[in-house]
Design a protein around this ligand. Structure first.
Ligand code: DP6
Length: 362
């Protein structure tokens, strides 16, 4: 029996209406989740920085509905406009996982969602929105039925639920450096079902910066969902899953020791491996654009000229995340303005950094 499934009667509802609001951040993976099995379970463990500026705010209002029907009553607004595409996606998620949300028998929901990042940046992230959704649902359940759960209990359920909506969203529930997926490593406390904070990381990484060079803001030709599916019959499948585990072990050691140069090496190898997997999928595809490579070459040249520990990573798209310690922010800023702005679409570079996790407002 899944301990997250609770049974209620309508009589146990303590309020007829209520409001809940959460802001939840995006995250950038350093070791990537790429390939899944079963019900949203990862084929290898991943680790990420939770971000600070790129986030989704979701306001939830709930009210008691007539009868006790299984039908989901939901209204979804994105950036102040009714958005049926998102609404249907969320409704399907709630229907598919209805046993986890039995309280929706008695409640109707209205959700208003906004993102902090510009609509046109092409970084619309399921991690921030699906973690905000999960946090909202868990809090509504707690509030409407007076469960009095601790924050820890709410986050524990939220990471489980966020993962069912979008794998990477499970990591956004926690601050700082977060893993998801099971591993034999002593420092990794996550499981395939839930993410967890990674303790013991050197301070330098707790304030790491992530500047995102927007190379192309357009919609991706191949979704992450389709990319994960292509790993099922991928010729390098087994090698990849083993290598991701090996890379994670190396990275955790390096992040504990504070060695920023080795960090650069592992993180870049991992980013290019992800895109290599895409290029070697059947059918093959490429999400990097010419300017993705141009930015990468500039970063490598700048690093070898200056010796500064600046490196890049990529998610499943063309935009380049530039990672560097806070202490060299000024030098990197100057480099970015001079060398990278001309390669960014509309000159857009979004400055982010490691953040302190979701925040509840109501
Ligand atoms: C390359 O979490 O978006 O960013 O579970 O199908 O929603 P779904 O996939 P998603 O995949 C993320 C892929 C990645 C790597 C990562 O964030 O670990």
């Amino acid at each position: 029996m899944n301990s997250y499934i609770k049974k209620y009667t309508k009589k146990e509802l303590i309020e007829d209406t209520g409001r809940v609001s959460w802001t939840s951040p995006s995250n950038i993976a350093l070791i990537k989740y790429w390939g899944k099995h079963g019900k949203q379970l990862p084929c290898n463990p991943s680790i990420s920085f939770t971000l600070n500026e790129s986030k989704t705010t979701m306001d939830f209002s709930w009210s008691i509905k007539d009868g006790g029907k299984d039908e989901i009553v939901l209204d979804f607004y994105f950036e102040n406009k009714k958005n049926e595409a998102f609404e249907n996606k969320i409704r399907k998620f709630l229907e598919d996982n209805f046993e986890l949300f039995p309280f929706l028998k008695y409640l109707s929901l209205e959700i208003e969602s906004t993102n902090s990042f510009p609509h046109s940046a092409g970084i619309a992230s399921s991690a921030s929105s699906m973690s905000a959704l999960a946090l909202g649902l868990c809090t509504i359940e707690d509030q409407a039925f007076d469960l009095n759960q601790s924050e820890e209990e709410i986050l524990d359920k939220a990471t489980y639920i966020a993962r069912l909506a979008s794998g990477s969203a499970s990591r956004s529930v926690f601050p700082g450096i977060v893993s998801w997926g099971k591993s034999d490593l002593e420092d990794i406390k996550s499981t395939d079902e839930k993410a967890a904070t990674v303790e013991g990381i050197a301070d330098v990484f707790k304030t790491y910066q992530d500047s995102i060079v927007i190379v192309d803001a357009g919609e991706k030709a191949v979704s992450s969902r389709a990319g994960h599916a292509l790993m099922e019959a991928h010729p390098f499948r087994d090698v990849r899953f083993k290598h991701a585990n090996d890379q994670l072990a190396l990275l955790v050691e390096v992040m504990k020791s504070g060695d920023v140069d080795q960090f650069c090496e592992i993180v870049e190898t991992e980013a290019l491996e992800l895109h290599g997997l895409m290029m070697n999928s059947s059918p093959s595809y490429t999400l990097m654009r010419p300017n993705t490579l141009a930015v990468i070459e500039k970063i490598r040249a700048f690093r070898s000229e200056t010796g500064l520990p600046i490196c890049f990573t990529l998610d499943a798209g063309p935009n380049v995340h530039i990672l560097y310690p806070e202490s060299i922010k000024n030098e990197i800023n100057e480099f970015m303005i001079n060398e990278l702005t001309p390669l960014a679409q509309g000159g857009l570079i979004i400055h982010d950094k490691v953040g302190s996790g979701p925040e509840r407002f109501l």
